[in-house]
Design a protein around this ligand. Structure first.
Ligand code: APR
Ligand code: ZN
Length: 250
């Protein structure tokens, strides 16, 4: 299986990766739906919706601050680094992620498409103000503030710049992702349950336009039925093995 996956990848002309929460599980970021998934304890519809935010912004903000604190301490793992290395080698052309944790960027991935936003960015609910708290070095100060965060321009409430249930995906990111999927002759799908749309269309588009689908997941997912190669394995281990083989092939 690893053998076949590495051959396909080494021979590909335009490979992309499509990742979900599972790629960050070994970095200590809880997944959403799996065993021990984040939302076993917190129901998603209570927290990650515009309605919840309108009803109880304090609750939603305390949940996001908790996640920001957790993710702030997380470091990329072998799988994130492998993807950055594959890009450096010229094999991988882009990483399309549903994750908001910034770990692909930390690992060095350059062409990164974030379909669901980024947890370190905040934006105003009224005007166009947005800020990356991590880049501005304001994250720690932000996390200890007790009051609801307000916009420095118009004093309206700030919100996390992530996509909530029922909200559209950022147009530019989605367009780019679909274009890449049409162009790709291979997609490496890592750690996603593949049930959240429109993101889950990405591997389907690659497949429909004649490309190969390689999946890495310790469990079967919504993508498994269309996978040409299914590596039933945690991301770190699978990517380490894959990298060793690829280096032997090129
Ligand atoms: N390596 C690889 N995959 C793993 C690992 C691991 N070590 N551990 C768990 N997984 C797999 C699980 O088997 C599961 O299929 O990762 C997947 C995680 O699935 P979800 O929690 O549903 O995460 P994701 O697919 O990213 O969810 C998509 O849903 O709620 C929204 O916006 C949120 O971006 C998120 C989207
Ligand atoms: Zn504002």
């Amino acid at each position: 299986m690893i053998e076949e996956a590495s051959k396909l990848l080494a021979r590909s002309r335009f490979a992309i990766a499509f990742t979900g929460a599972g790629i960050s599980a070994e970095s200590g970021v809880p997944t959403f739906r799996g065993f021990n998934g984040l939302w076993k304890k917190h129901r998603p519809e209570e927290l990650a919706t515009p309605e919840a935010f309108r009803k109880d912004p304090h609750l939603v903000w305390s949940f996001y601050k908790w996640r920001m604190g957790l993710i702030m301490k997380a470091r990329p793992n072998r799988a994130h680094y492998a993807l950055a290395e594959l890009e450096e080698m010229g094999i991988l052309k882009a990483v399309i992620t549903q994750n908001v944790d910034d770990l692909h960027r930390e690992a060095g991935t350059k062409n990164l498409i974030e379909l669901h936003g980024n947890i370190f960015r905040v934006r105003c609910t009224s005007c166009g103000y947005e800020e990356n708290l991590k880049e501005n070095g304001r994250l720690e100060e932000f996390l200890v503030q007790k009051d609801l965060p307000k916009c420095p321009n118009c004093d309206s409430l700030l919100r996390p710049d992530v996509v909530w249930f029922g909200e559209p995906l950022p147009r530019k990111a989605l367009d780019e992702a679909f274009k890449l999927a049409e162009k790709a002759d291979l997609v490496l799908v890592i750690g996603t349950s593949g049930v959240v749309y429109p993101a889950a269309y990405i591997p389907q588009i690659v497949r429909e336009t004649g490309g190969k689908v390689i999946e890495v997941n310790p469990e079967e997912s919504g993508i498994t039925p269309i996978a040409d190669v299914f590596l039933r394995c945690p991301a770190g281990e699978a990517m380490e093995k894959l990298m060793k083989r690829i280096k032997g092939l090129i």
